[in-house]
Write a protein that binds this ligand. Structure first.
Ligand code: NIG
Ligand code: FE
Length: 409
């Protein structure tokens, strides 16, 4: 049974030499079996679909479902106290050195039951869906014990698809406090690489491994050990690099053929050239950058080198507590001086590439029917009209999971 969505301004986000976002005025799409069967101008709709169930969208913008390719939704507790301390002038590093930061989320996360972790994460998934997200990455990283990290990914698997798709990533976030001594640290990294990563890969509990490579977190050589182990297990490779200090992470990621390099506030010209040559996606996380009142990454240099840019929420309890990708698009176009087209591709086609997902991110025959109808005709309106929720309706796998199509004024 086919469904036709017609009278839409269809934005395919497909590869287009004019960089036009693939807009089709008076467009239509056909949904069949959870996939897109046809995309084009309404006038060209094949005769076979003319009698099918048809929903007229009143000229609304129709885009791919948004993809949040960098998110940490698996945690318990909050750090509102740290937010208030930063508002009074304390820095992220000062708070972390005093026992706050990531370590302050491990306590509540370890103490939470599987049921509570699932419920908390699903609350975040519902908020993300309401803002247009149909696929979200789910990084582990807030337990830090090897069994606990695995437990977080088991939770992610249990709630995948309810109500949005979760793409699971094993994150080596921090050396836990109990393993900070040099010898313990070496043993922790060894066990993470040799004991945990193969188990996660064999159970297919994650599709990639991410490492937080920065001041106060993993060194470059530890990052190499962990990501090499991931690659040997056939997992995708990514890392948080250069949020605070450039440790040469971009060059390492390029060498390993990584899917993405994330943050990049600090990155050298050589690092940018290496990312471009390797085809590694740069994931921009303006929510964290703005909240920490930092200067943006060198977007113009990344663009000039030909590095593809994704935009993500960095949803996490410390530096970016928000599920709303249109807000990240607003910050990307204002604080980061990205174009509206870059912001859109960054949450659709390029985000899919960062996650290694070939079946979504653009509207084309054979792709998943993950779609958002917006209460506007203008792509720029989504970042421009910040904080407003312009989502009219959402389909995931061809099924309407949110909103309704009312008459447009
Ligand atoms: O911004 N991984 C490093 N920093 C995280 C925030 C983690 C936290 O403070 O809880 C990020 O991606
Ligand atoms: Fe992050």
């Amino acid at each position: 049974m086919a469904t036709v969505l017609t009278d839409a301004r269809v934005m395919t986000c497909a590869e287009d030499p004019r960089g036009s976002l693939g807009l089709i005025d008076r467009g239509a799409v056909v949904i069949e079996g959870g996939e897109l069967a046809w995309v084009g101008a309404s006038d060209d709709l094949p005769a076979a679909y003319r009698g099918a169930e048809t929903i007229a969208l009143g000229g609304r913008l129709l885009t791919p479902g948004l993809i949040d390719c960098h998110a940490h939704p698996l945690f318990a507790g909050d750090r509102a106290d740290e937010f208030a301390m930063r508002a009074r002038g304390a820095s992220y590093q000062e708070i972390a050195a005093a026992g706050g930061g990531i370590a302050a989320t491990t306590g509540p996360t370890r103490a939470a039951t599987v049921e509570d972790l699932a419920a908390l994460t699903q609350q975040r998934m519902r908020r993300a869906l309401a803002a247009g997200t149909t696929t979200m990455e789910a990084k582990s990283g807030y337990d830090l014990t090897l069994n606990g990290e695995r437990r977080l990914l088991v939770v992610a698997r249990a709630i995948d698809g309810d109500p949005i798709a979760l793409e699971p990533t094993l994150l080596a976030h921090l050396i836990p406090a109990e393993a900070r001594a040099t010898a313990d640290r070496e043993e922790y990294v060894r066990a993470f690489a040799e004991d945990l990563i193969p188990v996660i890969a064999a159970a297919r509990l994650a599709t990639s491994v991410d490492v937080y490579c920065d001041e106060g977190a993993y060194t470059l050589s530890e990052t190499r050990t962990l990501l090499t182990a991931a690659r040997e297990e056939g997992l995708g490779v990514r890392a948080h690099v250069g949020q605070f200090a450039d440790r040469g992470g971009a060059e390492l990621l390029a060498e390993l053929g990584a899917r993405s390099a994330d943050h990049l506030e600090q990155v050298s010209a050589a690092g940018i050239a290496a990312l471009a040559a390797a085809g590694t996606v740069a994931v921009m996380l303006p929510g964290a950058c703005v909240q920490l009142r930092m200067a943006p990454p060198p977007v113009a240099a990344l663009r000039a080198a030909g590095v593809a840019l994704a935009v993500a929420s960095d949803l996490n309890p410390g530096t970016s507590y928000g599920e709303t990708l249109p807000i990240a698009m607003w910050l990307a176009t204002t604080h980061y001086a990205m174009t509206v087209e870059e912001a859109w591709l960054g949450v659709t086609r390029i985000a899919a590439r960062a996650l290694g997902l070939a079946d979504r991110g653009v509207l084309a025959p054979g792709r998943r029917a993950d779609l958002v109808a917006w209460d506007t005709t203008t792509p720029a309106e989504i970042p421009y009209h910040f904080g407003a929720n312009l989502v009219a309706a959402i389909w995931r796998g061809g099924v309407r999971v949110h909103g309704a199509i009312a008459r447009r004024p």
